[in-house]
Design a protein around this ligand. Structure first.
Ligand SMILES: Cc1cc2nc3c(=O)[nH]c(=O)nc-3n(C[C@H](O)[C@H](O)[C@H](O)COP(=O)(O)OP(=O)(O)OC[C@H]3O[C@@H](n4cnc5c(N)ncnc54)[C@H](O)[C@@H]3O)c2cc1C
Length: 298
């Protein structure tokens, strides 16, 4: 028999999870997926949407703490996210539809661990960490170490993701997340790229590049980052970095794109993300979300 309980504290949620219940936050992956026949609903569910302690976005020493229940809508409308963590605003702004963004949470997005999910690339590049709370205590883990494969995380079954912490970015940081999309709403990334650069005296002193929907997990590409550091981030170095990102991709062929098309688009999308991140670091305005604005770019 299926059971459903609603927790009002983290402790109540953990108790239900220790008995085998699966947490549900916005339900836009778990419930919608079940209705679409992707996977049956778990036998036992604990709703966590009423746990006040998991809500909100707050400052922490120049960085940000996102409660696990922070929605995509809250992220994209938050002034600090838009100004200092712009790639994350780019990502949250294009998740699903208005309804998906209003209900879908950052915790659910991360724990769903899709290689095509939007917020992973920006969070990996911003060095974000997650707090995982189990009945025996809590631990922090870099977001980059949370993803284990498509739909798989390194969290234990009984662990609840309670918060995401993002450290303060260096002065001179500009960032951008771009995805190849065939339509503006109700889409997932065919290919995605995140670029975070730090400009110092007109040169890039630090660069972070991550690829999305191009491998079993979202990950940074160090060869692409090295190709940018010390340059001014204009067309030639951006193209060299983008080629390195494409070379590091291990894409699949599916109904949405072939492996070859994804690899070719990896270079284009990564270059656009880099150029927009450099433009933002230079003080130029690139609209949020960047994807529709940049798709007219050459
Ligand atoms: C029409 C549609 C369009 C979509 N478009 C996009 C898109 O463009 N880009 C994109 O990235 N995603 C997209 N999604 C996927 C989904 O909306 C997001 O991943 C969303 O952020 C999931 O959050 P949620 O709170 O609804 O997760 P839920 O469905 O509640 O949970 C998802 C998974 O995470 C687990 N979970 C949830 N919260 C926690 C927690 N705090 N701790 C531990 N485990 C937890 C659940 O057990 C479940 O396994 C789309 C979904 C739909 C239905």
């Amino acid at each position: 028999m299926s059971t459903y309980v609603s927790a009002s504290t983290v402790e109540e949620a953990l108790e239900a999870m220790s008995g085998g219940a699966r947490p549900v936050a916005g339900g836009t992956d778990l419930v919608v997926g079940a209705r679409q026949g992707k996977a049956p609903l778990p036998d036992s569910i604990v709703a966590i949407h009423a746990i006040d302690g998991l809500r909100g976005i707050s400052g922490s020493g120049g960085g940000l703490r996102l409660g696990a229940l922070a929605t995509h809508e809250e992220l994209v409308t938050h002034p600090v996210v838009r100004e200092r963590f712009t790639a994350l605003a780019d990502a949250a702004a294009i998740v699903g539809s208005h309804a998906t963004r209003a209900h879908g949470t950052i915790g659910g997005n991360l724990m769903n661990a899709s290689p095509a999910m939007e917020t992973g690339g920006p969070l990996v590049c911003f060095d974000a960490t997650v707090t995982l709370q189990g009945s025996g205590g809590s631990r922090e883990l870099p977001v980059a170490e949370l993803f284990a494969g498509p739909g798989q995380t390194t969290a234990d079954v009984g662990e609840l993701l309670t918060a995401v912490d993002i450290p303060e970015p260096a002065a001179g940081t500009g960032s951008c997340y771009v995805r190849l999309e065939y339509r503006r709403q109700m889409e997932i990334a065919v290919v995605g790229a995140t670029a975070v650069v730090v400009l110092d005296g007109g040169k890039i002193s630090d660069a972070r590049i991550a690829i999305t929907a191009l491998a079993p997990t979202i990950h940074r590409v160090s060869e692409a980052e090295s190709a940018l550091v010390g340059t001014d981030g204009t067309r030639e170095p951006a193209e060299a970095a983008a080629s390195a990102a494409a070379a590091a991709a291990a894409p699949i062929s599916d109904v949405r794109a072939s492996e070859d098309y994804r690899r070719a688009m990896a270079a284009v999308i990564t270059r656009r993300a880099i150029e927009a991140a450099v433009a933002r670091a230079s003080g130029e305005v690139v609209p949020i979300p960047a994807s529709p604005a940049l798709h007219g770019a050459v």
